[in-house]
Design a protein around this ligand. Sequence first.
Ligand SMILES: NC(=O)c1ccc[n+]([C@@H]2O[C@H](COP(=O)([O-])OP(=O)(O)OC[C@H]3O[C@@H](n4cnc5c(N)ncnc54)[C@H](O)[C@@H]3O)[C@@H](O)[C@H]2O)c1
Length: 341
Amino acid sequence: MTSTPVRVALVGAGRIGAAHAETLARRVPDAHLVAVVDPRPGAATAVATPLGARAETEVDAVLGAADVDAVVVAASSVAHRDLVVAAADAGKHVFCEKPAGMSLVEIDEARRAATAAGVVFQVGFNRRFAREFAQARDLVESGTLGEVRQLRSLTRDPGRGPSDPDVVPPWTIFTQTLIHDFDTLNFLNPGAHAVDVVATADSLLFPGHATLLDHATVVVRYSNGALGTAEASFAAVYGYDVRGEVLGSEGMVTMGEGASSSLRVHGQGGRTASTAHSDTELLRDAYAAELAELCAAVREGRPPAVGADEAFAAFAVAQACIDSMTTGGRAAVATSVLQEA
Ligand SMILES: NC(=O)c1ccc[n+]([C@@H]2O[C@H](COP(=O)([O-])OP(=O)(O)OC[C@H]3O[C@@H](n4cnc5c(N)ncnc54)[C@H](O)[C@@H]3O)[C@@H](O)[C@H]2O)c1
């Protein structure tokens, strides 16, 4: 049986937007990339034209278009809340890159708009779609690992860090980077919620910088007693590194080995493995799987596997880290109370 693809407009043709556009056009059979939007001169055309899509500079051009079913928001994070609300108000289904807003209030506003419009609202926590992370979650849910006691999640960005520390917005390590790890910890500890955090972070690359935090370690305490650790660095010279671990009463599971494939070269220097040097390389299949999930949710008229509640829960941990850094102590994690307010 054949069915009509979901017609998608990509908003934000930067680094990840270009990758999502290519994925939508070439690697998600249920998607049809119709248009690419970016106000930056030439950006939309550069991405859209090779993929046979039309280029726009105004988001209204796709929100009013009858041939667009869904919008993938990959614009700068500060624009997310407004773009999600506008898309939902226009009756378009939405996928939004993380974070879904720049505060809990913004994420709640996006959530409310999507709920009121009755559209699918998926959030870009791609790690959930990486096969080993999904398998680990299955092992936890099935009880194979027993009672969850300790968890870890780690993100290290490739390279030597930002060339200009002044252009990195404050708290980026929590709201943009570790947000993936906070969601991963939440994902790997289903049925429990984060209660409080203690965060420690510093600039080891530009010591004494007023706002940059380029290394961070966070301890998250969960409602079921489990203790999680989230760790990030902006400077891993060996490549992009994402790992996870769950220790339960009946065993342990680990995810990620920092290698781009299982190829090992044995020589005089020992045994070596190639490493991935970008997120789109290491998690290529996960990015395709999350966009396939968007199409499946739209076609089946159901909520996506990861949505606004998960976006809120992960950002709540990030916000608690900011509070912990500001006060120097333990900080409580907000629950979804805004939803009922
Ligand atoms: N899930 C992931 O693994 C992952 C990885 C990278 C980036 N991201 C997220 O994706 C988003 C984009 O990141 P990036 O690295 O591609 O950034 P980028 O700076 O390379 O690109 C952002 C693009 O958005 C455009 N833009 C800004 N405001 C816009 C608006 N109102 N409408 C349309 N376009 C607009 C800019 O002109 C730019 O081309 C960020 O929110 C980031 O957190 C997620």
